[in-house]
Design a protein around this ligand. Structure first.
Ligand SMILES: Cc1cc2nc3c(=O)[nH]c(=O)nc-3n(C[C@H](O)[C@H](O)[C@H](O)COP(=O)(O)OP(=O)(O)OC[C@H]3O[C@@H](n4cnc5c(N)ncnc54)[C@H](O)[C@@H]3O)c2cc1C
Ligand SMILES: NC(=O)c1ccc[n+]([C@@H]2O[C@H](COP(=O)([O-])OP(=O)(O)OC[C@H]3O[C@@H](n4cnc5c(N)ncnc54)[C@H](O)[C@@H]3O)[C@@H](O)[C@H]2O)c1
Length: 474
């Protein structure tokens, strides 16, 4: 006889939501969490990083105020005050993740590491739980590269950075992905020296046309970017830490942050004991997020590797997974995950947004007949009046005018992502016909979409027909 209907391993964004829905449906639920409920997003990810960026934005806005004829002295950064703000942001959101909230819903919260002990058995906290259905939502953790000497130097990851009491004097950041870039800009604006060492190009997944404005902004903030640089050794230094690059150059800093990617937290789950197939990319599932080898088990969030689609390390991917798992596991409805309109945002200033595939990804997938439309944000009235008119809206459509992907860079474009998600796969007329409010940054979406029709509308035959109608029809 099973002890629980639904066992959920991991109380992060994905696992906690599935536990809440299952309990809300009156099912007997056990939620296993070995750390803090809320997971990486609340405690060491989205929330503290965006709170730090908000403080950094306030400092940057003060520095830019002179453009508007407002003179403000160089802002004094009160680091304990900044840390208090970051702490308060997490505290304000913590009640959504409180253990009592789940208990009140009728779920059993087990504050212990869980591991599988059979196809329908989980061991945790010295007890054995037999389940009807289980969801693996154990998340991901920072990858630490094997660099000679790294284990001899004190280094930070995002698991430890937000607990650091002192302000780094000179923060060296290894990795120029979203984590490295967001935290580089935040720290630079808050008065730290920052050097980013990136083995390839920064934001390497993003459309290359979006990178120039970001590189310029980071340079203006004082971030030193070392792209195409490989670290071959790390060693202690009187300043804190030294990194040796391939060409023997040495970079020194007071602190080192490792931000070279995240990997699914597979260790300790003993997935093999339950016959759950996995690879280093995560738990192998079908498109309904159901394990391909143990049909009692589903996976969600950073640890899920839906076959053919690969893992996605975003909170909103986890939220999309929750909907799929609810349909498939709880309601027994057909469910099929698709990332065709999946958005990602780098929350720097300017931000970079990608919705759906990039032009390069579409071409690599063999899509032909692509139409690329661009609208520079230098022409956006809202940004002109705000003195920040830089960036790009780039849309990729098929020959019939159906939107396949959108790449954006500019101030405030993060909020435009939501506009585009439901439009992927639809005709661009949805945008051109919509009265998007003026003056907003979003309005540039309509201008870019209109570029698809303008050449056709202003063609010689159309001009002739319009002229004839004007002159000959009443
Ligand atoms: C600095 C940073 C900034 C980020 N910013 C963004 C952003 O702006 N937008 C965005 O969409 N994403 C962002 N992300 C990614 C986002 O945080 C993750 O995609 C998301 O938190 C993953 O949620 P999850 O539920 O899959 O896993 P997690 O949040 O990692 O939760 C998994 C939980 O499982 C628990 N656990 C693991 N193993 C066991 C076990 N054996 N037994 C019991 N419990 C276990 C862990 O303690 C953890 O609490 C950011 C990440 C970082 C690090
Ligand atoms: N804004 C957001 O939504 C957001 C923010 C932060 C994190 N995240 C999630 O967290 C994940 C992890 O982020 P990330 O930035 O750590 O990883 P990432 O994989 O996106 O980027 C890591 C970068 O490090 C570089 N790199 C790898 N090894 C290196 C080495 N030895 N030396 C120098 N550079 C090296 C890579 O070339 C890459 O550019 C992201 O993929 C994303 O899913 C999302």
């Amino acid at each position: 006889m099973p002890d629980v209907d639904v066992a959920v391993i991991g109380g992060g964004a994905a696992g906690a939501s599935i536990a809440a829905i299952s309990a809300g449906l009156g099912l007997k639920v056990a939620l296993f969490e070995r750390g803090a409920i809320g997971g990486s997003g609340l405690n060491a990810g989205c929330v503290p990083s965006k709170a730090l960026l908000a403080a950094a934005r306030a400092a940057a806005d003060a520095r830019r105020a002179h453009r508007f004829g407002i003179r403000i002295a160089e802002p004094a950064i009160d680091w304990p005050g900044v840390r208090a703000h970051v702490g308060q942001a997490a505290a304000a959101l913590a009640p959504n993740h409180a253990e009592e909230r789940f208990r009140a819903m009728g779920a059993t919260v087990v504050r212990a590491a869980a591991r599988f002990a059979g196809r329908d058995v989980i061991d945790a906290g010295g007890r054995r739980y037999r389940f009807r259905r289980a969801v693996v939502a154990a998340g991901s953790s920072p990858v630490v590269p094997s660099i000679p000497g790294l284990s001899e130097v004190p280094f930070l990851t995002t698991d430890t950075l937000f607990g650091l009491e002192e302000r780094p004097g000179h923060l060296l950041i290894l990795g120029g992905g979203p984590i490295g870039l967001e935290l580089a800009q935040a720290h630079a604006r808050l008065g730290c020296r920052v050097t980013v060492v990136e083995a390839a190009a920064i934001a390497g997944r993003e459309d290359p046309e979006c990178l120039a404005p970001l590189r310029r902004a980071l340079a203006a903030d004082g971030v030193v970017l070392r792209e195409g640089s490989r670290v071959v050794a790390a060693e202690p230094h009187e300043d804190g830490v030294a990194l040796r690059l391939e060409d023997d150059e040495q970079l020194t800093g007071t602190h080192l942050l490792i931000a070279v990617g995240r990997a699914p937290r597979l260790a300790g789950l003993d997935l093999a004991a339950a016959g759950i197939a996995f690879t280093p990319r995560g738990v192998t599932t079908d498109r309904a997020l159901r394990s391909v080898s143990n049909r009692r088990v589903w996976a969600a969030g950073d640890i899920a590797d839906p076959q053919g689609l690969g893992p996605r390390g975003f909170t909103h991917a986890g939220m999309q997974h929750v909907g799929i798992v609810a349909k498939s596991m709880l309601f027994r409805l057909p469910a099929r995950l698709s990332y065709d309109a999946f958005p990602r945002v780098v929350f720097t200033d300017p931000g970079i947004v990608q919705i759906g595939p990039t032009e390069a990804e579409l071409r690599a997938a063999g899509r032909s007949g692509l139409v690329v439309l661009r609208w520079p944000l230098a022409d956006n009235d809202r940004l002109v009046v705000e003195g920040r008119a830089e960036g790009l809206v780039k849309l990729v459509a098929d020959s019939k005018g159906r939107l396949l992907g959108a790449s954006l860079v500019g101030p405030g474009v993060d909020e435009m992502a939501a506009l585009f998600v439901p439009l992927i796969g639809t005709k661009l007329t949805t945008l051109t016909d919509a009265p998007l409010p003026y003056p907003t940054v979003s309005e540039a979406a309509r201008r870019a979409a209109a570029e698809f029709y303008t050449p056709k509308l202003l063609s010689a035959p159309v001009k002739r027909v319009v002229g004839l109608m004007m002159r000959w029809l009443p």
